[in-house]
Design a protein around this ligand. Sequence first.
Ligand SMILES: [Fe+2]
Length: 206
Amino acid sequence: MSQIRSLFATRLYRAALSEHAPAIDADEMAASCYSIAEDDEAGQDWCEQNGYPGYTSYASLTDLPWRFPIFGDLVKSLDVHVAAFAEDLEFDLGDRSLVLEDIWINILPEGGTHSSHIHPHSVISGTTYVAMPDGASALKLEDPRLPMMMAAPTRRKDCREELRPFIYETPKVGDVLLWESWLRHEVPMNMSEEERISVSFNYKWD
Ligand SMILES: [Fe+2]
């Protein structure tokens, strides 16, 4: 009797934020993101100098959860989601735990993209979605073994999910996605006239 198993799993966590904690009001969160973006001149300058479409607080603001209570509430919820994912991953964390390292806002206008990248030095990375208008880009995740597959045939278009080299995950407002930080991902072009707003974060082993 032959036996075929899947090995070397790459896990993707998706849940509604409200599954583990009180829901975060998406409109209030969007309004907070816009008001922070408007006041953050250092961040606006950084985006302009680095050709970043729209706005990110990544390079300019390191204390969102301490300055803005809604971000403090969000982090309390994220801590629980990340702990649940670490449980699924069966990490042996010893006497240390996974703690928030960075959290930042992304406001992506029509035509904006965020090219393929990983999050070095972190263990778990993720995003929660604040505004996802119709046509807003999915998150594109890439098989980490892709560079080793140069001579392999491509897969059939309708092949099952675990065999696909790319996954396009379209979250809903209020959802949180988590993945291991080494997993390469990108945000393809935002085809919506409206802005796509998300809050991304890294957790480190501390
Ligand atoms: Fe990212």
